[in-house]
Design a protein around this ligand. Structure first.
Ligand SMILES: O=P(O)(O)OC[C@H]1O[C@H](O[C@H]2O[C@H](CO)[C@@H](O)[C@H](O)[C@H]2O)[C@H](O)[C@@H](O)[C@@H]1O
Length: 273
């Protein structure tokens, strides 16, 4: 039985985490007699962070590693991106995809679910999208990216002196819609449904839905961003969490990998365990 109830979460500085490669024996012991279920973030984990979100392409080598892994265990991509967008980037039918930070999930055999009950937020998201585009039309470099159940407002390509304008627009618009809340990421602000749902809940939901019991399965989550912390926290004490690189806050992950190349090597090693 998996629950996501309140539990004490330990957080560390990213620099304190041991490399997953240095702890392969420990990981092997955790997996003894059990199967992994692998949950992966996309940007910064499967594909490097780049200036243009449309250019965050998955390499053929990474696709091949994911394909091989999916032949040995359940693999899911849990992303802040739109679910269909991230599926188009990965292009593997055998994987599960949780998009919009876990609000929108599909998988093999026709699985389709919106377990966070975000449907009612669609009207507020539609209105906010229009308002943001209007407010930011003259801010060079600002990009409004609509996902089914979230809006990303990117400021990576906005000059420092203008970032305040982006932040103020997001604050004003999120405050005008009770049904929405603000989230943070790498050079991005997000407007999301104001609901108690996140990547961690989506991972636990998928495990339950797929009958992945902790007696037989070890969940492994790999991600690089603040939104992945909800999944690291959900798996603390019951699974294996790996932070890729670092972000601005302390982490609930237990192991680290440096970059996308290390993720690829780790996943390849995992499929051979
Ligand atoms: O949960 P993820 O799969 O990691 O998605 C998080 C956000 O990723 C994308 O934005 C980030 O990556 C872009 C491409 O490297 C980069 O340009 C941007 O600055 C990053 O914030 C994506 O565009 C967002 O929708 C996701 O929420």
């Amino acid at each position: 039985m998996i629950t996501s109830g309140d539990k004490h979460i330990t957080r560390k500085e990213a620099a304190e985490l041991p490399s997953a490669f240095d702890k392969m024996e420990e990981l092997r012991e955790k997996l003894q007699g059990k199967k992994p279920a692998v949950f992966l973030d996309y940007d910064g984990c499967l594909s490097p962070i780049v200036k243009d979100p449309d250019k965050a392409i998955l390499t053929d080598e990474m696709r091949q590693v994911l394909q091989q892994l999916a032949e040995t265990c359940t693999v899911s991509v849990v992303s802040g991106r739109d679910r269909q967008n991230v599926k188009n980037l990965v292009q593997l039918e055998s994987l599960y995809y949780a998009g919009s930070h876990g609000f929108d999930i599909t998988g093999p055999n026709g699985m389709q679910a919106e377990p966070g009950d975000a449907h009612e937020a669609l009207v507020a998201l539609d209105t906010a999208e229009e308002e943001l585009k209007e407010r930011l039309t003259d801010v060079e470099g600002a990009l409004v990216e609509r996902k089914r159940y979230a809006i990303a407002v990117h400021y990576r390509n906005v000059e420092d002196a203008l970032v305040d304008i982006v932040q103020k627009a997001v604050d004003d618009i999120v405050n005008a819609h009770d049904g929405l809340k603000k989230g943070f990421g790498k050079k991005v602000l997000e407007l999301k449904p104001n609901l108690d749902w996140h990547k961690g809940k989506a991972v636990l939901w998928l495990m339950k839905e797929l009958g992945l019991d902790l007696d037989t399965t070890v969940p492994i989550y790999i991600g690089d961003d603040i939104t992945d912390e909800d999944a690291f926290a959900a798996l603390q004490g019951i699974g294996i969490s790996v932070l890729v690189g670092e972000h601005d806050e302390k982490t609930a992950a237990a192991y680290s990998l440096e970059d996308v190349d290390e993720v690829k090597q780790f996943l390849s090693d995992l499929s051979k365990l």
